[in-house]
Design a protein around this ligand. Structure first.
Ligand SMILES: CC(=O)SCCNC(=O)CCNC(=O)[C@H](O)C(C)(C)COP(=O)(O)OP(=O)(O)OC[C@H]1O[C@@H](n2cnc3c(N)ncnc32)[C@H](O)[C@@H]1OP(=O)(O)O
Ligand SMILES: O=C([O-])CC(=O)C(=O)O
Length: 374
């Protein structure tokens, strides 16, 4: 080996600039296009935040009305996508279904290869509007339920919940869901966004980049952690068992899902906002036991390892309380993050350079194929 410094996992490596969002672990802050995410979660809808990520500015009332009309007109599940989903076994993971559906949408777009900013924006809005139908329908068919048609008198989050459950829950639930979408929307050069940028850098189309990003998000070290958190809660069962469960898990060298972060080492900027949303859901559904389990594991993890929760820790139980199946949690993350991914895809194309790092070879020295001895 030479003395070249290798940063495993590109930890700490700055690979490009971005104007989409800023993650600052020192101040524990996250800005989308300059706006603190907590402020966006409190004062804006997810539609406004999506518009902000794509256009760089929040919409004025006329722009918002136009955008909402467009998004609502694109919500119906494409019939071919539905047919393809129906062909997939219910044993397929919902992330595999979402990944396949995005790929089908791309294959059906005659202009898939057209990569002008206007065309990529059109595709981004279409995916944003279609993903709730895909995620909701996939959960329903697993339960033996029929497709629910979208309602164009509802905002994004109310309609998403309506399409999943067949009715619109209380406003506090819709608000908590909307907050989760805003918090999940964007997070700089995380693994799935970087994947999307790598694919885009080859000049492959937006659908290919989003399909690859869905694959990267599936893993338990990234988006798959929100699902994994719920499996942990199911294993522990009650707050009084949390300490003992954790000691065993750590002795077995398990990674505790929903804890730790590559960038934030002193807590995830989004957790307090999502935890407040979870608290309202715990009250709404009268599930103090879940709140107690959450606190018990967080406290024990703090005492044993001094590692803090990431966004997946409160969002997992929040989605559980809303009624989503555990395997649907990461597809919800996709529905939110498609906004950030596509904003980055468009930014990558504005000043593209093929992403192709180097590696240090550590295999055998040069050798040659020996001819068989006669
Ligand atoms: C929305 C998101 O995608 S947020 C991330 C969601 N992922 C998870 O929740 C999965 C669980 N967490 C983890 O695996 C990690 O914290 C990661 C992958 C998120 C970040 O990992 P890295 O930045 O590579 O940190 P790294 O793995 O080097 O951890 C540093 C130390 O903390 C430990 N550690 C970090 N996270 C955890 C955890 N969740 N459970 C147990 N130990 C942990 C590591 O074992 C390591 O200990 P060591 O120095 O004794 O070997
Ligand atoms: O930034 C990361 O590495 C992971 C994360 O929190 C996200 O993608 O939201």
């Amino acid at each position: 080996m030479s003395d070249t410094e290798i940063r495993k996992g590109l930890a700490g490596v700055v690979v490009d600039t971005t104007a989409v969002s800023k993650v600052n672990p020192e101040t524990n802050s996250l800005l989308y296009r300059g706006y603190p995410v907590q402020e966006l979660a409190e004062k804006c809808t997810f539609e406004e935040v999506a518009y902000l990520l794509w256009h760089g500015e929040l919409p004025d009332p006329a722009q918002l009305a136009e955008f909402e009309t467009l998004e609502r007109s694109l919500r119906h599940l494409d019939t071919v996508v539905k047919t393809v989903i129906d062909e997939l076994p219910t044993t397929a993971h919902p992330m595999d279904v979402v990944r396949t559906a995005v790929s089908v949408i791309g294959a059906r777009d005659a202009d898939a290869a057209v990569s002008t900013p206007e065309d990529n924006l059109r595709k981004s809005v279409a995916l944003f509007a279609q993903l709730p139908a895909i995620v909701a329908y996939d959960q329903r068919r697993r339960r033996g339920e029929h497709l629910v048609e979208p309602r164009d008198d509802l905002g994004y989050s109310a309609n998403f919940l309506h399409m999943t459950f067949g009715d619109v829950p209380d406003l506090v639930v819709v608000d908590a869901f909307d907050v989760s979408m805003i918090l999940y929307a964007e997070h700089s050069f995380n693994a799935s966004t970087f994947t999307a940028r790598v694919i885009t850098s080859t000049l492959a189309d937006l659908y290919s980049a989003v399909t690859g990003a869905v694959g990267a998000l599936k893993g338990a070290l990234h988006g798959g952690a929100n699902e994994a958190v719920m499996h942990v809660f199911d294993e522990i069962q009650t707050a009084d068992r949390a300490e003992q469960w954790l000691d065993t898990a750590l002795a077995e060298k398990r990674k505790i899902m929903g804890f730790g972060h590559r960038v934030y080492k002193n807590g995830d900027s989004r957790v307090p906002t999502m935890k407040a949303a979870l608290d309202t859901l715990v009250a709404e559904y009268d599930r103090p036991d879940l709140g107690e389990l959450y606190e018990a594991l967080e406290t024990a993890m703090g005492e044993r390892k001094n590692i803090k929760p990431n966004l997946d820790y409160p969002s997992g139980p929040a989605y559980h309380l809303m009624g989503f199946d555990t395997a649907t949690f990461t597809p919800l993350f996709v529905a939110a993050r498609v906004t950030g991914w596509t904003a980055h895809i468009m930014e990558q194309l504005e000043s593209n350079a093929l992403i192709r790092p180097l590696s240090e070879y550590v295999g055998p020295d040069e050798r040659h194929v020996a001819l068989p001895v006669e």
